[in-house]
Design a protein around this ligand. Structure first.
Ligand code: G3P
Ligand code: CA
Length: 273
């Protein structure tokens, strides 16, 4: 069974980008729980701590999504890779969201008290999220962040793959990365896992042969790079196009009409027109 077999009766898929990110602090268990029954799968970002724990955080620094600057134990530039899992675990990864309301949804929906009552969120291990997803039979798109210039550059793909296999989640996971050497390694280690190449810069002119060479079953282009022709070409070769980040209903409908398989969105409810 492949990742795509989880969706045999569905033409189009909705991926929760970093969880239910417009109404919960991104990449937290609270954001993942809030995505249940609203999305077809959840997208999340994996980084590594100093002691080699795969943790869920988008940035390679702790500043934007935790209270790290308020804790004098931590020093600038607050790199994730400079601290152990136990050290990072003491930080609060959710209060910033209540304070900033980055999508304006707390104010719009008058849910301040509801969000405030959610327990403080800590950083999650990938193993915790795999356990959670397994218990809900929930497919995941795990993005491995670029670990170049860290001791984990060589081993990150293998470490992530080992965890997926430990939880027997290979058929529930789509692995992606902007670092295409990572997904290539993963596919070599575990030929049955589905992989996707992320792109935020330039689509190569030989995109089909490039993806075929990688053995990628999907392409994840940034929305501004995505054209009708690209989707059509990839579909002809049975490669799915999953577009990020789509936060407008009109764009979502257009992309699905043009043949995109999935969209990554921050809005699982109340997507702007
Ligand atoms: O995987 C799609 C999207 O998450 C890639 O960009 O920066 O949000 O991780 P980013
Ligand atoms: Ca991501």
């Amino acid at each position: 069974m492949s990742f795509w077999d989880n969706f045999t009766n569905k033409a189009h898929l909705i991926a929760a980008h970093r969880g239910d990110r417009s109404i919960r602090a991104e990449n937290t268990m609270s954001a993942f729980k809030s995505s249940l029954k609203k999305a077809d799968f959840i997208e999340l970002d994996v980084n590594f701590t100093k002691d080699g724990v795969a943790v869920i955080i988008h940035d390679d620094t702790l500043q934007r999504t935790s209270n790290v600057t308020k804790d004098s134990y931590f020093k600038k530039p607050y790199n994730v890779i400079d601290y152990t899992y136990e050290e990072i675990r003491r930080l609060d990864f959710s209060s910033w969201f209540l304070e900033k309301d980055p999508f304006g949804m707390i104010k719009k929906n008058s849910i301040y008290n509801q969000i405030k009552s959610i327990p403080t969120q800590r950083i999650s291990k990938l193993s915790e999220v795999l356990q959670f997803a397994k218990s809900y039979n929930l497919p995941l798109n795990i993005e491995i962040k670029d670990m170049s210039h860290t001791p984990f550059d060589d081993v990150a793909p293998k470490m992530v793959m080992q965890l997926i296999e430990e939880f027997e989640m290979s058929d529930k996971v789509l692995l992606s990365s902007f670092n295409h050497s990572y997904i290539k390694k993963v596919k070599k280690l575990s030929p049955l896992i589905d992989i996707a190449a992320l792109e935020d810069d330039k689509i190569p002119s030989n995109i089909v042969s490039y993806l075929q060479e990688l053995k990628a079953s999907a392409y994840h282009p940034h929305l501004p790079l995505t054209t009708k022709e690209l989707i059509k070409t990839l579909n002809r070769y049975n490669i799915y196009t999953n577009v990020y980040t789509v936060n407008s209903t009109k764009t979502k409908n257009r992309l699905f009409k043009e043949g995109a398989k999935a969209i990554f969105t921050d809005y699982l409810e109340d997507m702007p027109e």
